[in-house]
Ligand binder design. Structure first.
Ligand code: SF4
Ligand code: SF4
Length: 177
């Protein structure tokens, strides 16, 4: 999908609106990138994402794997001298990528996010076994990690049955918002 320059401008306004973070404050010290534990798995470093946003390069940013690889651990923003909330920007970018129908840079991670959310919506917590099964079914490689799954079961790292939180209505109301 190609975004027009008008639409790209709107994407950048949306990122500012969604995240309420002023990425224009970034002055490229690279502290965020040096601190990020997932840097090697990213196709564009977080500081470069900030620079691209400053230059109005919405489309390659939305198509990057980085916005999906980021786990929101806050390590980067804890050490950023300008206190730029990078995880919130990444959240806004993920949201926008889905809204704009942009091809997802890391489709498997999106599948994982979806299964995780389904579990939280249903039980109020993550039921790891069901998440893994659903993820693998959608990925069509149910048996690739079967050994690991069995080891986790044997070590009681996976619950066979999901337990719902008592106040599931509160969780449901969050998803309705
Ligand atoms: S640490 Fe902050 S100011 Fe430095 S490059 Fe990263 S986002 Fe920019
Ligand atoms: S929040 Fe994202 S970008 Fe920041 S350190 Fe963690 S994984 Fe890296």
């Amino acid at each position: 999908m190609k975004l027009s320059s008008q639409e790209m401008k709107r994407v950048l306004e949306d990122v500012r609106g969604h995240s309420e973070v002023n990425f224009n404050l970034c002055f490229q010290c690279r502290t965020c990138a040096n601190a990020c534990p997932f840097l090697d798995a990213m196709d564009i470093h977080p500081n470069v994402i900030m620079r691209m946003l400053q230059f109005g390069m919405g489309e390659p940013v939305l198509k990057s794997s980085t916005i999906w690889v980021c786990v929101g651990c806050n390590t980067c923003c804890d050490s950023c001298p300008m206190a730029i909330d990078i995880p919130t920007v990444m959240d806004a970018l993920r949201q926008l990528a889905m809204e704009k129908g942009v091809a997802i840079g890391e489709p498997d991670i999106l599948n994982f996010h979806e299964q995780m959310l389904k579990s939280v919506k249903k039980y109020g917590r993550a039921h790891k076994l069901e998440i893994m099964m659903r993820y693998k079914l959608k990925k069509k490689d149910l048996f690739q990690d079967i050994g690991l799954g069995l080891t986790m079961l044997a070590k009681r790292k996976l619950d066979l049955r999901a337990k719902k939180v008592k106040d599931i209505q509160s969780i449901e109301s969050i998803f309705k918002k």
